[in-house]
Design a protein around this ligand. Sequence first.
Ligand SMILES: *[C@@H]1O[C@H](CO)[C@@H](O)[C@H](O)[C@H]1NC(C)=O
Ligand SMILES: *[C@@H]1O[C@H](CO)[C@@H](O)[C@H](O)[C@H]1NC(C)=O
Ligand SMILES: *[C@@H]1O[C@H](CO)[C@@H](O)[C@H](O)[C@H]1NC(C)=O
Ligand SMILES: *[C@@H]1O[C@H](CO)[C@@H](O)[C@H](O)[C@H]1NC(C)=O
Length: 374
Amino acid sequence: MKSRCFVFFLFLLPLLSFSEYFPPSNPRLEKAYVALQAWKHAITSDPKNITANWCGPHVCNYTGVYCAPAPDNPHELTVAGVDINRGDLEGTLPEELGLLSDLSLFHLNSNRFRGGLPSSFKCLKLLFELDVSNNQLEGGFPTVVLELPALKYLDIRFNQFCGDVPPCVFDLKLDALFINNNQFTFSIPDNIGNSTVSVLVLANNQIPGCFPKSIANMRETLRELIILNAGLRACIPPEIGRLTKLRVLDVSYNHLVGPLPATIGDMKELEQLDVAHNKLSGEIPCVVCDLPKLKNFTYSYNFFCEEPPQCLKIRSHDDRKNCLPFRPDQRPPEQCMAFLSKPRYCDSNGCIAKPPPPPSSPPPSPPPPVHYHY
Ligand SMILES: *[C@@H]1O[C@H](CO)[C@@H](O)[C@H](O)[C@H]1NC(C)=O
Ligand SMILES: *[C@@H]1O[C@H](CO)[C@@H](O)[C@H](O)[C@H]1NC(C)=O
Ligand SMILES: *[C@@H]1O[C@H](CO)[C@@H](O)[C@H](O)[C@H]1NC(C)=O
Ligand SMILES: *[C@@H]1O[C@H](CO)[C@@H](O)[C@H](O)[C@H]1NC(C)=O
């Protein structure tokens, strides 16, 4: 991998020496100049004139480009950050960006970049925060992020990435992972429990599989888990209660069935819980509504049939469209009866079990006894 980066730079060296502006600043800034000029050429619209001053060798003065002493040589300046959030730039990300090899922050949210992340990003061995959210990036999961040893914060939400999410993403030592609002189609893998993130947002993708119990292995770090509108077809595993540091849990707008596990009562830090728009049933466990920090509990649009009174004391609660007796705005009784007559089960992995097959042919009826004497 190292040697490939090296070959890539060698290829660019002749370009550097022919450059017309070249007071010898230092070799890192010279490479950065090549990278940023290539990028400027790949930008097709810049309504805010952000790149208007991207001229000449003084890259540290370019809007959105931040320099700092190089980590391995405090006497040399290098480009340590690029921050063009809300820049409204349109274009692509050229391979030359891999020349910014001391980059630790790359923030590009809310622009109009298309295409994918360049494979040369693998040369960014110090990259710590990568935020390319809210662009028009496309193609498969940008696997180059798997090769960034310093990466802690990965935000690719609100793009048009599609296909599978490689399970090894969850083996990265990240602090936060946002992949929501793309077109990924995947199942949550068992190794999700290996993830070290404190914030995990998978929402608004297609994740039609089950909800692995191993999620409980994230108990030391996980603070926020958001998997809303992802097509999950599962029960909520009771193991989820082991995430005792969780503050926000949102699994609304899925196809979750079964009960709300009473183990959620162990999540003493929980402040917001949203399970609305699923097919959950049974009673709301008292221990959930007794959670000391719970401020907002939304469980509307399910089939719950019992609710302890303390639930109504939570500062913000929403119990509409369930099957709760004596509560306003519930489902019509026929709907509740129809649902409850077809109970759904989960198998031991927490996945929705197929209903038992109907008997293929009616069993032969035994000859009717003539008399019963009790
Ligand atoms: C950008 O530059 C063009 C041409 O110099 C000018 O017409 C336009 O008003 C500038 N836009 C902004 C937002 O500064
Ligand atoms: C940045 O621009 C100013 C003038 O605007 C100049 O004096 C200074 O030398 C430049 N700095 C670098 C690092 O190029
Ligand atoms: C990651 O998760 C898998 C599946 O749960 C497990 O078998 C493996 O041991 C884990 N690896 C690490 C490094 O924790
Ligand atoms: C409570 O949560 C719901 C859904 O998660 C949200 O729509 C609502 O605005 C929240 N209410 C308050 C008061 O924060």
